[in-house]
Write a protein that binds this ligand. Sequence first.
Ligand code: HEC
Ligand code: HEC
Ligand code: HEC
Ligand code: HEC
Ligand code: HEC
Ligand code: HEC
Ligand code: HEC
Ligand code: HEC
Ligand code: HEC
Ligand code: HEC
Length: 304
Amino acid sequence: MKSRKWNQLLRKVELPTFLLLPVLSVLLFGQQEKSTTPTDKTTAQYAGGDTCKTCHEDLYKNNFERTSHFKTTLQGGHGCESCHGPGSEHVAGGGDISKIISFKGLSRQKSDARCLACHSENHEQRHFSSSAHASNDVGCLDCHSPHHAKEPEHLLVRAQPDLCYGCHTSTKADFARPYRHRVDEGLIQCSDCHNTHGTTTLRQVRTLPSGDAVCYKCHTDKQGPFVFEHVPVKTEGCTSCHTPHGSTNPRFLRVSNVNLLCLQCHTFPSGPQGPTHNQAAKYQACTLCHSAVHGSNASNVFFR
Ligand code: HEC
Ligand code: HEC
Ligand code: HEC
Ligand code: HEC
Ligand code: HEC
Ligand code: HEC
Ligand code: HEC
Ligand code: HEC
Ligand code: HEC
Ligand code: HEC
């Protein structure tokens, strides 16, 4: 989110805050006008966060003030009421819970809409409404909690990967395989490869800003460009030969025998030109000779 950069800037450069606040407030609250108010016909007015604090002091101090949403109070923002709606009638009623938006009673679509009033422009959440999660009734609050986050970073209800495994049990099994990305050990996170808020790609898989496969972020040596490209690496992608999560085969290969993998495509006459030498019968791994299988600058048959 842009505002994070502004904050770092503020901290680093210690510019007088007032110079940047107008900009910040446009970034943060520019959306707010458009957001629907709670019960659309309400006559309630904004009471202000200080009023809320008088009765909800505990929550204010322990579950709000130290979270990133404290920023919603800056520069004319409505703080508590930017999520819960104008609260004057709730206050006048001595805490009448029918006069305030409580997320407990809201459908996922409605609560998501409240969050998206501010977050929909954010690069990361932009595609949420059309995501596999939203389409399957998984909403912001299945993963986030503004007041009771167990994982303070990003206000998550649980840390990854357990958050995800709670629903994706077969993925948990993928990462228990002998050859795998070390997600359970914390070396890599699901969100390194996926944007759980939705993408324009299949399976919510991230792409690099260049549009290239996310795999190149870490496996830069496979990117090339090579004088001699092995066609499928670029056309069909890494997952045509590797499983992205984990495998029972070394190098996360989809097939237990490397030769069978190669011969899936290199079978004469149907595939790309098959080997004129018949190595399949010789029990020698194709990669023994064709070792630079991701591409080469020296050999058109990928010897090195
Ligand atoms: C006069 C005291 C008072 C003030 C001021 C007050 N509240 Fe409350 N609020 C209450 C009480 C009492 C409850 C019910 C608490 C309970 O059931 O645990 C409540 C409950 C709530 C709930 C939960 C509703 C639910 O269904 O559980 C929300 C949300 C809430 N208040 C938000 C606000 C906001 C936002 C403000 C500031 C605009 C505010 N309150 C100001 C007394 C107050
Ligand atoms: C970013 C949106 C947001 C802001 C800002 C916000 N709340 Fe909430 N509030 C929620 C959500 C969502 C819930 C449902 C529980 C949860 O997921 O944490 C909730 C729950 C509550 C509850 C029910 C009891 C509880 O602990 O869950 C109260 C009371 C409440 N909020 C009061 C406040 C007050 C007072 C403020 C300002 C100090 C505030 N909220 C600011 C979103 C917000
Ligand atoms: C009034 C605008 C507003 C609303 C409504 C709002 N947020 Fe936020 N949210 C913010 C701002 C501002 C930040 C801080 C951004 C920053 O620090 O760059 C933020 C930050 C976050 C973060 C990131 C926390 C972190 O530490 O990385 C999460 C997660 C989040 N909001 C979830 C929600 C959810 C879920 C809802 C709905 C219940 C919601 N927001 C409603 C304005 C809002
Ligand atoms: C399936 C779980 C899931 C759902 C649903 C979800 N989030 Fe997230 N969210 C995450 C995880 C995990 C992270 C931290 C990793 C990352 O940044 O991708 C995160 C990070 C964030 C951040 C901070 C990172 C950033 O700068 O964008 C914000 C803000 C946020 N989510 C808002 C939302 C909002 C708003 C919704 C609903 C419209 C939502 N999330 C729905 C899992 C989820
Ligand atoms: C509350 C349950 C729930 C949580 C928590 C959850 N998911 Fe999902 N996820 C679903 C459902 C339901 C679908 C849609 C059905 C399906 O494809 O399994 C889905 C779909 C997906 C997809 C797309 C699958 C496809 O076939 O297009 C990915 C990727 C994904 N989730 C990753 C994650 C990650 C990463 C996390 C943790 C940050 C996470 N999910 C947390 C329920 C959840
Ligand atoms: C190294 C990158 C990477 C990591 C880390 C990763 N995924 Fe995936 N995931 C992918 C790719 C790529 C696909 C698409 C596979 C395909 O289309 O064949 C995928 C597919 C999925 C799917 C769709 C169903 C399936 O199994 O094909 C789900 C659900 C999913 N991932 C969830 C998760 C969860 C949950 C985590 C963390 C525990 C996670 N992923 C970690 C790259 C990754
Ligand atoms: C966030 C960084 C990151 C991303 C993104 C990533 N990887 Fe990895 N990958 C690693 C690391 C680190 C290892 C080493 C694993 C270990 O030692 O636990 C690894 C190991 C591998 C291995 C096995 C290497 C061996 O020597 O056995 C393969 C194959 C692989 N990754 C393929 C992929 C594919 C395909 C993708 C894209 C879907 C991908 N990786 C995305 C970091 C990443
Ligand atoms: C045509 C099939 C194929 C494609 C496509 C492919 N690989 Fe591989 N990859 C292999 C084979 C076979 C091995 C094992 C080589 C060996 O054992 O000597 C391997 C090994 C690896 C290794 C571990 C050894 C090393 O060279 O570092 C990594 C990491 C890896 N691949 C990443 C990737 C990534 C990232 C992509 C996508 C850019 C990709 N692969 C695309 C077949 C493929
Ligand atoms: C997904 C299909 C696919 C897989 C799997 C695959 N290849 Fe290829 N390979 C191709 C295509 C397509 C070409 C380009 C053929 C052309 O240009 O005529 C190619 C080209 C080659 C070439 C260069 C010679 C030529 O005809 O251009 C060699 C050598 C080669 N592959 C070896 C291998 C080896 C070894 C493996 C197993 C590690 C393998 N390939 C796996 C599709 C594949
Ligand atoms: C003992 C080393 C060796 C092994 C093992 C080997 N190859 Fe080759 N391969 C060669 C040589 C030598 C050439 C010819 C190079 C040239 O013409 O410049 C070749 C050429 C090729 C070509 C290009 C078309 C052709 O026949 O000229 C393909 C495709 C190929 N091999 C695929 C494979 C596959 C698939 C396997 C495993 C089933 C395999 N190779 C195993 C040495 C080997």
